[in-house]
Design a protein around this ligand. Structure first.
Ligand SMILES: *[C@@H]1O[C@H](CO)[C@@H](O)[C@H](O)[C@H]1NC(C)=O
Ligand SMILES: *[C@@H]1O[C@H](CO)[C@@H](O)[C@H](O)[C@H]1NC(C)=O
Ligand SMILES: *[C@@H]1O[C@H](CO)[C@@H](O)[C@H](O)[C@H]1NC(C)=O
Ligand SMILES: *[C@@H]1O[C@H](CO)[C@@H](O)[C@H](O)[C@H]1NC(C)=O
Ligand SMILES: *[C@@H]1O[C@H](CO)[C@@H](O)[C@H](O)[C@H]1NC(C)=O
Length: 366
């Protein structure tokens, strides 16, 4: 079960709907897949897992420079997604090919599946279901760091880049491990706690499932399909761009077809995994620690992102007021026929120019 982004004529409407096979790599080679087992992993909740599996994919070869810096780039995926979402046309084929910005002949790319996601340990694949530890973003970034430092022997990264939840993880990693990365690029995120509109629909998603009698406290035999479908619908509504979706679906029939196709896919999802994933940002709040960040950072959002309200200027204010002077840059691009709501993050063409500038600014010895 995984969410995949589907690409339609008008750019792309990110969809949890259609099965799009990840496009075959044009010339970047097949990723190497691996798993790290983190023993006796302690969660902030006080719970422990004797054996936490973190699955990851890598591209390119690691190079360690004499001064300890490396060519390693950590790229982090969004909520309920996995590393596989990044191995798609809009992302990988724009960045990883020879001559492109993150050419895998030059860089070592690491794409982990976060705790609770993809092929890493999660409620549905451990048999623990609703007994799975109540993981939070703090646990997830500790696992990212342990994967690199303990399992892959990478003590320093050239760049940490994350999208959506991965963007939120990027702010947190910049604070928790200030000298770990040369540069940071959070995309489609805001460094403030999940409140207001962002909290409202998450709360609905979680409550819709957990208050459904068919959920049985997470011990269901059959998925609670009705509440899960409701939750999926709400997530899709938040992911879509108000303008782009309405521009693309201009007839009643096309829109209904889209909605019905989405609802048919509900059986691919697991209710516990879903609830855990959307609840893992409960304690997210990098705002008070923004001054701890020491690496140059460029944050990128689009104005039509319903999850990160551009009108409030929160991103710009956080970067300009709360980060150390001159370190941060906030870019919010206006709604256009190139943006498509929150999911615009997957379209690397939108932000690769900003990434190029950030890499140039932090290019000490590469
Ligand atoms: C994990 O904890 C258990 C129980 O405390 C202990 O028996 C085991 O040796 C630990 N494993 C590792 C790898 O530390
Ligand atoms: C999990 O791994 C299997 C093969 O080992 C792969 O086919 C599948 O796409 C992976 N799923 C995710 C979400 O990464
Ligand atoms: C990075 O910071 C940690 C903890 O503050 C410190 O132990 C380590 O030596 C530092 N590494 C470098 C390369 O400065
Ligand atoms: C969500 O996370 C918080 C913090 O860990 C926890 O108190 C709460 O029980 C969780 N809710 C669900 C439904 O798992
Ligand atoms: C997108 O917008 C630009 C500028 O507003 C316009 O020139 C272009 O034709 C539009 N493209 C499409 C496909 O509508």
């Amino acid at each position: 079960m995984h969410f995949i982004v589907v690409f339609l004529a008008l750019g792309a409407i990110p969809s949890i709907v259609a099965h799009a096979t990840p496009s075959p790599p044009s010339s970047w080679h097949t990723p190497h897949r691996g798993s790290a087992i983190l023993s006796n992993f302690s969660f902030d909740s006080g719970e422990t897992l004797e054996s936490l599996k973190i699955h990851y994919q890598t591209l390119g070869k690691l190079k360690v420079h004499p001064d300890g810096t490396t060519n390693a780039i950590l790229i982090l995926h969004g909520t309920t997604e996995s590393s596989t979402q990044l191995l798609t046309a809009s992302f990988a084929d724009t960045l990883f090919n020879p001559g492109q910005l993150l050419d895998t002949r030059k860089y070592h790319i690491i794409l982990p599946d976060s705790i609770g996601h993809g092929n890493s340990s999660k409620p549905s694949n451990t048999g623990l279901r609703a007994m799975f530890p109540r993981y939070q973003y703090n646990d997830m970034i500790r696992a990212h760091h342990a994967l690199l430092t303990q399992h892959l022997n990478i003590a320093h990264t050239r760049l940490i880049l994350g999208v959506s939840m991965g963007g939120m993880h990027t702010w947190m990693m910049g604070e928790a491990y200030p000298n770990f990365s040369d540069a940071l690029m959070p995309i489609a995120s805001t460094p403030v706690q999940i409140s207001g509109y962002k909290r409202l629909w998450r709360k609905f998603v979680i409550k819709m499932i957990t208050s459904d009698p068919a959920w049985h406290g997470g011990a269901y035999v059959e998925q609670p399909l009705v509440s899960l479908a409701g939750a999926l619908s709400l997530v899709q509504t938040m992911l879509s761009g108000l303008v782009s979706f309405s521009m693309q679906y201009t007839t009643r029939d096309a829109t209904d077809k889209f909605a019905e196709a989405l609802l048919l896919r509900v059986k691919e999802f697991d209710a516990n995994d879903f609830v855990y994933a959307w609840n893992s940002s409960h304690f997210y709040d990098p705002e008070p620690g923004l001054g701890l960040i020491t690496a140059p950072l460029t944050a990128f959002n689009t104005a039509d992102d319903l999850m990160n309200v551009a009108e409030l200027g929160t991103l710009e204010r956080a970067v300009e007021v709360q980060m150390r002077k001159g370190l941060g840059k906030a870019v919010v691009v206006p709604t256009s026929n190139q943006t498509f709501g929150h999911g615009s993050y997957i379209k690397a063409k939108l932000w690769e120019h900003e990434l190029r500038l950030l890499l140039a600014k932090t290019d000490a010895h590469h």
